[in-house]
Design a protein around this ligand. Structure first.
Ligand code: HEC
Ligand code: HEC
Length: 338
């Protein structure tokens, strides 16, 4: 299905002849917009169907430092809602104030993402959540301690017994609850979405031109596809890095060297600095990087073709990216049981 969508995008871009100019007719614009329409439903897996109670429990756990070894860190320490579910530092900082090797990616729109981590090493959100919980340099928690600790908290015990009859609090049920909450973290409606749905004045004329550049001359659409703006694949964008990325898991694929998973582009204005090592500090740096095409090496994606934008065009493209930030993104903190 994804492949079909991807082909449709390339065909549309090609057929519309957008690769050279910044102009698209009304009809072309309508066709393009349809590729970015927000979905109406969150896809939950059969193994963990949605219930409001389960998502609420998962939210408490996401924000509960009692899951960490020193009881001083929760998932939101690095995936902070105020910063688009990231942290505004290049490299994430773990439990003992240690710098991690990579920038914390956003946890927005994870229900539409797969696989997980910059290098895709986790297949499911449940598997992913175990990583930071137990990694010594991150939360440094141990399930052999977390499970008895949560069982001491009467309210948690009740919630788990009710939601997982016969299982109660286990490693698996803790991870299921957290993953279910994560699937409900969806970026809210942005000016761009209102424009796609027909409100012509929701975004500026400049942002509209930027949208055409995104789909044409700047070729961002080669990798940033669909409403969440990612193909969920791995590419080397020529970033300055020692990190081998996806190559750790695909040693025989020359294109996997320095390749990282395409991040979604929602709520970018809250999420700087950017990329797996936080080396691009703002949206202008991002666009300039793509204009130069980054470091030319054998692993670099064939879609990294250098191009030149005028100052006005660069501004248009950035204004389009800004229009993807939701009008509202406040998150209510959960009340933790004691
Ligand atoms: C110390 C900071 C830190 C903490 C605490 C932390 N994370 Fe992360 N998270 C990261 C970093 C860094 C990465 C990227 C690591 C990589 O790709 O190698 C990441 C990746 C992720 C991803 C993958 C996103 C994607 O696009 O693939 C998800 C989901 C996630 N974390 C959820 C969680 C959850 C749930 C918790 C709590 C159980 C948590 N994180 C705690 C720093 C943290
Ligand atoms: C060849 C595929 C490809 C193309 C073309 C591409 N991107 Fe990316 N983009 C990626 C990948 C992969 C990353 C992550 C790279 C890394 O971490 O080293 C990324 C990262 C980003 C980020 C940082 C997001 C974050 O969460 O850190 C932004 C913003 C971005 N791209 C915007 C654009 C724009 C704008 C264009 C067009 C000018 C574009 N991209 C073209 C694949 C691509």
């Amino acid at each position: 299905m994804k492949r079909v969508i991807f082909c449709v995008v390339s065909v549309v871009v090609y057929a519309l002849g957008l690769t050279s100019g910044v102009y698209a007719s009304d009809k072309q614009m309508e066709t393009l917009k349809q590729l970015y329409k927000r979905p109406l439903y969150i896809p939950f897996p059969k193994s963990a169907p949605y219930s409001p109670q389960l998502a609420t429990l998962g939210k408490k756990l996401f924000f509960d430092p009692r899951l960490s070894g020193a009881k001083n860190m929760n998932c939101a320490s690095c995936h902070n809602p105020s910063f688009g579910f990231e942290t505004p530092v290049a490299l994430a900082v773990g439990a003992a104030n240690a710098k991690l090797g990579r920038h914390a990616p956003t946890t927005l729109n994870m229900a539409w993402v797969k696989p997980f981590f910059w290098d895709g090493r986790a297949k499911t959100l449940e598997d992913q959540a175990e990583g930071p919980l137990t990694a010594e340099v991150e939360m440094n928690g141990k399930f052999s301690e977390i499970v008895p600790e949560l069982k001491e908290i009467a309210e948690y015990q009740k919630w788990f017994d009710h939601l997982f009859p016969g299982k109660g609090i286990t490693r698996e049920t803790i991870l299921t609850a957290i993953a279910t909450y994560e699937r409900t973290i969806v970026s809210n409606w942005s000016p761009f979405d209102r424009w796609v749905e027909g409100n012509e004045t929701a975004i500026s004329e400049s942002a509209k031109k930027g949208f055409v550049l995104f789909n044409g001359k700047a070729n961002c659409v080669a990798c940033h596809t669909g409403w969440n703006f990612t193909d969920n694949k791995f590419h080397d964008i020529g970033a300055d890095t020692e990190d081998i990325g996806r190559a750790k898991f695909e040693p025989n694929n020359p294109k996997a060297m320095h390749a990282f998973k395409t991040p979604g582009l929602r709520n970018l204005t809250q999420r700087a600095p950017f990329t797996h090592n936080g080396s691009l500090s703002n949206l202008e740096a991002i666009v300039l990087h793509y204009e130069t095409g980054g470091i030319n090496r054998p692993s670099r994606s064939v879609d990294m073709i250098p191009f030149t934008l005028s100052d006005t065009e660069r501004e248009d493209l950035i204004n389009f990216l800004i229009s993807l930030t939701a009008d509202k993104s406040e998150v209510a903190m959960p009340v933790l049981p004691n």
